[in-house]
Every structure is written in structure tokens, then in C-alpha cells.
Design a protein around this ligand. Structure first.
Ligand code: ACO
Length: 164
């Protein structure tokens, strides 16, 4: 049996209960390598990542499993069809507060429109609250603004980037 990136106890049972029949919500596992990377291509370029390279990055994250929370949804055939990441940033401001950063949310093209994206966000929000974040933030393209508004997010600032 594959070991999870972080404890299953962080997965919200109430969010999981809203999934379509036979679908499950769980932490990322090392054995998800190929299916996970394949779904992520709906988001951006992923690259040709060998199992060894994946494994090294997975182990690095697993050693920081109070900071890196990557979740997936499996369909009724046990295939990974959706995912999202929450990274916890510890700060000095606001009495040493913590902020959640939501990243790399993706739903397989043939599974979009079934509220899987919404469930991923709700589950990441629940983790952020459990670990004491006072807010979660994310960057997205304008075409996804409506999706995040449906998930309860509000426009708050402007995204800026330096590419290296
Ligand atoms: N614009 C406006 N509303 C939308 C959009 C959109 N682009 N996408 C979904 N919605 C609405 C749905 O209609 C639904 O509304 P309803 O409750 O009134 O029925 C609600 O948002 C929830 O939609 P879901 O079914 O949960 O959306 P889905 O599972 O298709 O996931 C997602 C949405 C993640 C954007 C998916 O389309 C996807 O993977 N796109 C490609 C990758 C991508 O752009 N990911 C987001 C990157 S930003 C980031 O990672 C921080």
C-alpha cells in the first residue's frame, strides 16, 4: 500500500461526502506519478519527469508534511482525475500568522463540470483552517476568476511576476 504525503486526518469528511458516487478524496501518494502528471497538463507544461525525479521531490515534500498538502480526487475506476496544492507560509506579521497558498488546481478535461474543482478548493480550505491559516490566497487567469468566485474567493489585488 502506498504511503500518503501527509495524514489522511486532514481530509474533510464532509467535503468528501459531496463527491460523485464512487469518487474519493485523499492525500497524494508516490504511486500517483504518471496519472498525476498527466492530469496536470491541462494546467501548464509539465515536462518529462522520471519516477526517480518525481520520487526525490515527493520525499522532499513528505519531509515537510506540515507545509506541503497536495490532494487528489480518484474517480470510480480509481484513476486520479483532479488535484490541488496548499502550501503553508509562516510569517512574522499578525503575531506570527500563517497564510495558505493554493496552487496547481487541475481537473482532467473529461471530468470538468462535476464540481470536482470546487471540492478540491473546499478540501484545501478546510486544511488551511485546521492548520491555523488566517487566509488562503491564489493567482489565476481572468478566465478562471468566475470559478474562484463560485468557490467563495474575492478579488484582492493584482498578480505580478518576474520570470527568470
Ligand atoms: N468561469 C466561471 N465559472 C466557472 C468556471 C470558469 N472558468 N469553471 C467552473 N465554473 C463554475 C461552474 O459552472 C460551477 O458553477 P455552479 O456551481 O453554478 O454550477 C462552479 O464554478 C464549480 O465548477 P466545477 O465543476 O467545480 O469546476 P471544474 O471541476 O470544471 O474545475 C477548473 C474548474 C479547476 C478551473 C478546471 O476547469 C480546470 O482544471 N481547468 C484547467 C486548469 C486550470 O485552469 N486550473 C486553475 C489554475 S489557477 C490555480 O491553480 C491557483
Amino acid at each position: 500500500m502506498s504511503i500518503s504525503l501527509f495524514s489522511k486526518d486532514f481530509i474533510s469528511l464532509s467535503v468528501a461526502s459531496e463527491l460523485p458516487k464512487g469518487y474519493t478524496l485523499r492525500p497524494l501518494q508516490k504511486s500517483d506519478h504518471a496519472e498525476f502528471l498527466s492530469v496536470l497538463t491541462v494546467l501548464t507544461k509539465v515536462g518529462d519527469i522520471s519516477f526517480e525525479t518525481w520520487s526525490a521531490r515527493y520525499d522532499w515534500m513528505a519531509a515537510r508534511n506540515d507545509e506541503y498538502f497536495i490532494i487528489v480526487i480518484e474517480d470510480d475506476q480509481k484513476k486520479v482525475v483532479a488535484m490541488g496544492s496548499l502550501i503553508i507560509e509562516k510569517k512574522f506579521i499578525r503575531n506570527c500568522a500563517a497564510v495558505g497558498h493554493i496552487e496547481d488546481v487541475a481537473v482532467a478535461a473529461d471530468q470538468q463540470g462535476k464540481k470536482l474543482g470546487l471540492r478540491i478548493i473546499q478540501a484545501l480550505d478546510a486544511i488551511a483552517q485546521q492548520v491555523g491559516c488566517y487566509k488562503s490566497i491564489l493567482d489565476c487567469s481572468e478566465k478562471n476568476q468566475g470559478f474562484y468566485e463560485k468557490c467563495g474567493f474575492k478579488l484582492a489585488g493584482v498578480q505580478m511576476a518576474h520570470y527568470y
